[in-house]
Design a protein around this ligand. Structure first.
Ligand code: GLN
Length: 539
């Protein structure tokens, strides 16, 4: 049912941050996709960083990586997990990138002596980035999420771009969904609409009328609240959509379906509505909510206090749990709290351990201790990126006998840099966007555990690292029983290590979590959860 022109849905936010614009955008896109429309989602971020790659996870949560090597906002992870369609560089745009490209054009003399200004030059650049996703006929609908909250100084050029695009495209080709919060004042026992009224007015001051309100709330919105919101905010009553707190983000598509969000969107865009096919989605939900067993997995990292820092890993466990009909209880363990003496106490009782990706020295000795414990006790182990590198160090120190082995990231003077800076990283000066990024092929060794899991000879996975397994130590390490079972077919860079003499011990240099979706749970996560369950029953 390819449309001749691409339609645009803009999602703005008001009243408060963290209302879940990304989840609403992804859920709406899911409902439209489930009706046969080709949909993509884009996130516009008002900060001045070129991308979130240089941001500390404490600031911005996980940095998500696309196939084409873009370091992006974690909302892109939700888009992929919901839609099962890969995103790219074009799906995440920041103010930094907009200004960088306008300034480069100015330096090249492309503005022909004109004064370069926010309007029209910055707004034209924003508009071009929005329209480029719809320009090659790949999508019927583009959902564009504007980061931040209306009224923020930083958001103004984006809101102005939305105003212009809506005017140029017309109401049937572009619409604005405004996500707000309806707070509940327990002292008064009432839901309050005033913040939403103000937020809609702030949007109107920039010349943008919201077409649809999506209202985050802890309590059901009654009809009187809905009609009040409609009356004060210039929207039809059926365009006041409740978004009530859900026990899982994966419930949101069904919740907004019940509220008729897809219907009012398609009506305004003059597109036909079909019954959405959510069969496989609902099968996943059914399994997720009715697990037969439960496993306890330890997630060892240095940002464990923040849910968002390991978002894709936690979501991949949800997908893998449903696939196994198992509830995966993830226990976060701070690597700085782990020492030889505390490892046993903190880790025994767990059915599997995942050592997380990361950078820098802090907490790495704790990770190494944890790995020693699970290797010796034959508890299933899964190491991702830094986690894999730490497994190589632990094995080199405690099995191969290279007691001072380390990564040159942590100790530039180590006599045994079993993990070393990649050759083509040695001359890199700038931090932003310069790691080995994005999807690379990996050939799997026949007969290995990973081969039996992937059931393919060549796989493609996403990367984000500067250091690698040092080829010089490969023969020595392999002779003691840790085997490189996946390598890059061109460079022979070691991508996967396994210990065959262990029930489940796998470390991967890449990030499998980025590719796990509801429709396609990642095979490594699924196999790891299965191994954890097996370990639990064998105890
Ligand atoms: N710090 C390590 C490297 O750069 C691992 C990176 C990661 O875990 N993403 O190679």
């Amino acid at each position: 049912m390819a449309q001749t022109i691409t339609k645009y849905i803009f999602v703005t936010g008001g009243v408060s941050s963290s209302l879940g614009k990304g989840i609403i955008a992804a859920s709406l896109a899911k409902l439209l996709q489930a009706q046969g429309y080709r949909v993509t989602i884009q996130k516009l971020d008002p900060y001045i960083n070129i991308d979130p790659g240089t941001l500390n996870p404490y600031e911005h949560g996980e940095c998500y990586v696309t196939d084409d090597g873009a370091e992006t906002d974690l909302d892109l992870g939700h888009y992929e997990r919901f839609l099962n369609v890969p995103t790219s560089q074009a799906n995440n745009v920041t103010t930094g990138r907009i200004y960088q490209s306008v300034i480069e054009k100015e330096r090249r003399g492309e503005f022909l002596g004109k004064t370069v200004q926010v309007i029209p030059h910055i707004t034209d650049e924003i508009k071009a980035r929005i329209k480029s996703l719809g320009s090659n006929g790949d999508y019927d609908i583009v959902v564009t999420e504007i980061g931040g909250t209306v009224g923020d100084i930083e958001s103004l050029p984006y809101i102005e771009s939305v105003r212009q695009l809506k005017w140029e495209m017309g109401n049937h080709n572009a619409l604005v969904i405004h996500l707000t919060l309806i707070p509940y004042l327990s002292a008064a026992g009432e839901l309050k609409t005033k913040p939403t009224q103000h937020s809609v007015k702030t949007l109107m001051e920039s010349g943008v009328q919201a077409d649809i309100l999506v209202c985050r709330t802890e309590h059901q919105l009654g009809s009187s609240i809905r009609s009040k919101l409609a009356q004060f905010c210039n929207v039809k009553e059926n365009c006041v959509i409740q978004s009530i707190d859900a026990s899982t983000i994966y419930d949101v598509p069904n919740l907004i379906l019940e509220e008729g969000l897809d219907k009012v969107v398609l009506d305004q865009l003059q597109l036909e509505r079909h019954e959405p096919d959510l069969n496989s989605w609902n099968t996943f939900l059914e399994k997720h909510k009715n697990p037969v067993d439960e496993v306890n997995i330890g997630l060892i990292g240095k940002y464990v206090e923040l849910q968002d820092s390991y978002k894709s890993i936690l979501e991949a466990f949800i997908h893998a749990g449903a696939a196994n009909e198992v509830k995966v209880k993830v226990k976060s363990i701070h690597s700085e709290h782990l020492e030889a003496s505390s490892a046993k106490e903190l880790l025994s009782g767990l059915d599997g351990i995942l050592v997380a990706p990361g950078f820098g020295e802090r907490g790495i000795e704790g990770k190494i201790e944890a790995i020693r414990f699970v290797r010796e006790c034959k508890i299933p182990f899964f190491g991702i990126c830094l986690g894999m590198q730490m497994a190589v160090i632990e094995f080199s120190r405690n099995v191969v006998g290279l007691t001072a082995a380390n990564s040159s990231e942590m100790d530039t003077e180590t006599p045994h840099p079993v993990i070393d800076l990649m050759e083509d990283q040695k001359h890199v000066q700038n931090k932003g966007g310069t790691m080995r990024l994005g999807a690379w092929d990996c050939s799997l060794l026949g007969g290995s555990v990973v081969h039996s899991i992937y059931k393919e000879k060549t796989i493609s996975e996403r990367h984000r690292h500067r250091y690698e397994f040092n080829e010089t130590y490969k023969a020595q390490i392999e002779s003691k029983g840790m085997i490189a079972t996946g390598v890059n077919p061109e460079t022979a860079l070691v991508e996967i290590i396994e210990i065959p003499d262990h029930p489940w011990f796998i470390g991967v240099q890449y990030h499998p979590e980025y590719k796990s979706t509801v429709a396609n749970p990642h095979p490594l996560f699924t196999a790891f959860v299965k191994a954890a369950l097996k370990y639990q029953t064998s105890k």
